[in-house]
Design a protein. Structure first.
Length: 477
């Protein structure tokens, strides 16, 4: 009997083979259905995990014979990969799907599909069923690997296809991937979340935590390095919980040390970390591993212990600051801290909010991702009284962003005159001749240079720190 290596389900080789057969069937169908090679348009909303899922979707579509376009009015297949974290993202999806109605009427052979976190919610799927009859295919987060089968049914059947099983999902290895970049890669190491923060829909739409084996992660990571990828970001709803469902267990810090030991010139990033599971071992690993970026994205959400308890976050502002102080003790000013904050959680008072402001001043993050609370149907927080008006929350929000703008500028100023090894990732915004790079701490440095440098590591000297970006110059060896 094979040694057990995990407690979560995996997609079997037989199931993957079945999907490969469906891929061949789809390829045959579309070759007869369309006079030219059909194009697919995959539109992604939300987090990096959704981006990684879309890369798998595009990989499977390429294997089925599709080409790709960013223009929806050129596509014979339009797929919206949706996000359920905030209401604004949902509204954008509904608006964009609504605008496809006329296109579908003029082109009845077009397939319109919706997938992702929104679709895993029963009330959303039901709204699509009733109000958007021209949507052909709807599938949830747990059946992405079955796209060939589902698309075949949508192409050949007379009924619309809705596939939204209520399950925790399974690990599917070996899916084809069509990456958006040839130098920067997203690498999911786990899926799902066990935390059930009272405001968050993610555990309900992504399922419980399940980790890929260390062997599978190391194998994919090694292939990426050998293929020339320079920045590889490890993804999970809570990477600090990686490996708890594996037998034997493997900690996230152990995984980082293993990846850091692989030969090659690359940088490892990761997101997202949960403060309740962030360990000293992880911080020590970051400090000691030369290829692991010294950037810690550690959302604290609120500075009020009362609100943190209501959010079901399982830490205090004091324990959070212990982690930050220990990380700064080991990594100094080279460490970049970023975080998430929710403004106006139900029941939050201005006094609670002022505690968040005081924590912001104490943390001195290089940047913050700030949001006004958005109720999510099905979460405990959505049932709480919320007496503070949106206008009042908007005032609080501005107070927070004004404060952080000053802190960001002061944090940037610490780096004046310093030289960093940076990954050059794209065109800049400071001028026509500028290109943009990120240093180890995920800070943006723009400099005048040739676009041929994109996708390489370069040494840059900071000559002018600004608020959210720094102007630099290329240091020639």
């Amino acid at each position: 009997m094979a040694e057990k290596t995990r407690t979560t389900a995996v997609v079997t080789e037989a199931q993957l083979l079945q999907q490969e057969l469906y891929s061949q069937k789809v390829e045959s169908v579309i070759s007869h259905r369309y006079p030219e090679t059909p194009k697919a348009c995959v539109v992604t909303y939300g987090c990096q995990q959704n981006v990684a899922d879309s890369e798998k979707i595009k990989g499977m579509l390429a294997r089925m014979g599709y080409e790709f376009t960013d223009k929806r009015d050129e596509a014979k297949l339009v797929i919206f990969n949706t996000c359920a974290v905030r209401e604004h993202a949902e509204d954008r999806v509904f608006g964009n799907v609504g605008r496809l109605k006329t296109y579908k009427q003029k082109n009845p052979d077009v397939i319109i599909a919706l997938c992702g976190c929104m679709m895993q919610q029963e009330h959303i799927a039901e709204r699509i069923r009733k109000s958007f009859p021209y949507v052909d295919l709807v599938f949830g987060t747990h059946v992405i690997h079955r796209l060939p089968e589902l698309l075949f049914r949508a192409l050949t059947g007379r009924k619309r296809v809705f596939e939204i099983p209520d399950m925790d999902g399974a690990i599917a290895e070996g899916l084809p991937i069509r990456r958006d970049s040839d130098k920067k890669a997203w690498l999911p190491i786990m899926y799902g979340c066990n935390n059930f923060c009272s405001y968050c829909i993610v555990p309900y739409v992504r399922g419980r935590e399940r980790s890929r084996t260390a062997e599978a992660v190391v194998d994919e990571f090694t292939r990426l390095v050998n293929d020339g990828y320079k920045e590889i970001t490890l993804l999970g709803q809570n990477v600090n919980s990686y490996g708890k469902d594996l037998i034997p267990q493997v900690s996230f810090a152990e995984l980082l040390r293993t990846l850091n030991g692989i030969d090659g010139d690359f940088r490892i990033r990761f997101m997202t970390s949960h403060p309740k599971d962030c360990t000293r071992e992880l911080i020590e690993t970051m400090a000691s591993c030369d290829k692991v970026a010294q950037h810690l994205h550690l959302p604290f959400q609120s500075g009020s212990n009362r609100i943190l308890k209501a959010m079901n976050r399982h830490y205090t502002r004091e324990s959070y600051m212990e982690l930050i102080n220990y990380a700064r003790e080991l990594m100094g000013d080279e460490l970049s801290i970023t975080s998430d904050i929710i403004v106006g959680f139900p029941g939050e008072t201005y006094e609670d909010f002022k505690e968040t402001l005081s924590l912001v001043e104490e943390v001195k993050a290089t940047s913050l991702f700030t949001f006004i609370y958005s109720p999510r149907k099905g979460t405990p927080a959505a049932e709480l009284d919320d007496p503070v008006s949106h206008d009042e929350k908007t005032k609080w929000f501005k107070e927070l962003t004004d404060l952080q703008e000053k802190i960001s500028a002061s944090q940037m100023a610490l780096h004046a005159g310093k030289t960093f090894k940076c990954y050059v990732y794209g065109k800049g915004k400071l001028g026509d001749n500028y290109i943009a790079a990120r240093n180890d701490g995920n800070l943006i440095i723009e400099f005048e240079g040739d676009e041929s440098l994109i996708g390489t590591f370069q040494k840059l000297k900071v000559i002018e720190p600004l608020t959210f970006v720094m102007r630099g110059e290329l240091v020639k060896e």
